[in-house]
Design a protein around this ligand. Structure first.
Ligand SMILES: [Zn+2]
Length: 287
């Protein structure tokens, strides 16, 4: 199943960002985008919206059902300053218990169980509360075996994230370090890959941060070194203005424009299939 590994079907970060564009709640525009995504060849979406990001599993599930795309949901907490009060109040093990509950029993009576912990993030430096959430995620992973997906601000502090997770006993073979493509450094990627983690090239299309030609060339370089099975692709669309109805590129851009760019640089069908289908299935399980 061709999978986008880091998406937000419905998300609302407008409270903290003080920006109505960060309120991606227009059902018509979202559905349209999902339908275009399916038409481009995508069959599954990993939704990494969690508690404090305006997560609305019921609505997101209904939209994905309408668009005929499979979706898997997440538990966990994002980063400063998006943490709900309970993250500050509760202990590491209490937070882990909350995540475990959403993984084993389901999310807010929706009947949907969280399939992963993500996106758990760090800012320009790692705050004590962010570190606590990382340790709680490792605890919850040890109990349930689900993958962890991280958010790096501007693609930095990945090695520090790995260090915290490793010390807390996480299975690094089931960890994705997210947003690596915001920091285009091949050596840095290789150092992260040495720990056994996956890398999320998951902001494809956000060309104000990095041109996609650079993303594509780095992906091909890593594939040529045998790492295609450790690379995951996505667009991380979070704003109304990213959707085509509002003038954006839409999630379909990945298959329609970015994949041809990879092919042009010589990426093989086998490696493409590893990134889009086999690696996500191995990590997140069959739908
Ligand atoms: Zn993120």
């Amino acid at each position: 199943m061709k999978t986008l590994c880091h998406e937000h079907v419905v998300i609302d970060l407008s409270m903290m960002k003080n920006d109505p564009d960060a309120q991606m709640l227009d059902g018509t525009a979202i559905l349209e985008d999902l339908q275009q995504t399916v038409a481009s060849g995508i069959q599954r979406i990993i939704d990494v919206t969690n508690i404090g990001m305006g997560r609305d599993v019921r609505t997101a599930k209904a939209l994905c059902e309408k668009a005929c795309v499979a979706v898997s949901f997440s538990t966990g907490f994002y980063k400063e300053p998006f943490f709900p009060k309970i993250v500050l109040e509760k202990s590491e093990s209490e937070l882990a218990a909350l995540m475990i509950k959403e993984i084993t029993d389901g999310i807010e009576n929706t009947g949907e169980r969280a399939k992963l912990i993500g996106e758990i993030g760090t800012g320009n430096e790692i705050s004590p509360t962010e570190a606590k959430v990382f340790r709680a995620a490792a605890l919850a992973q040890r109990e349930t075996g689900v993958p962890i997906y991280t958010h790096m601000t501007l693609g930095r502090l990945g090695l520090e994230q790995v260090k915290i997770l490793k010390a807390a006993g996480a299975d690094l073979e089931k960890v994705v370090i997210g947003h690596v493509d915001l920091n285009p450094e091949l050596d840095y990627y290789l150092r992260l890959l040495d720990h056994g983690v996956y890398l999320g090239f998951d902001t494809i299309g956000k060309q104000t941060y990095q041109p996609d030609a650079l993303r594509a060339s780095l992906i091909v370089k890593l594939s040529n070194r045998g790492y295609a099975e450790k690379l995951l692709l996505s667009t991380d669309i979070t704003r109304l203005s990213h959707l085509r109805r509002y003038g954006g590129y839409g999630r379909a851009y990945l298959m329609e424009s970015f994949v041809p760019m990879l092919r042009e640089l010589g990426l093989s069908d086998r490696d493409l299939n590893l990134m889009l289908s086999e690696a996500p299935e191995k990590l997140f399980g069959p739908f």
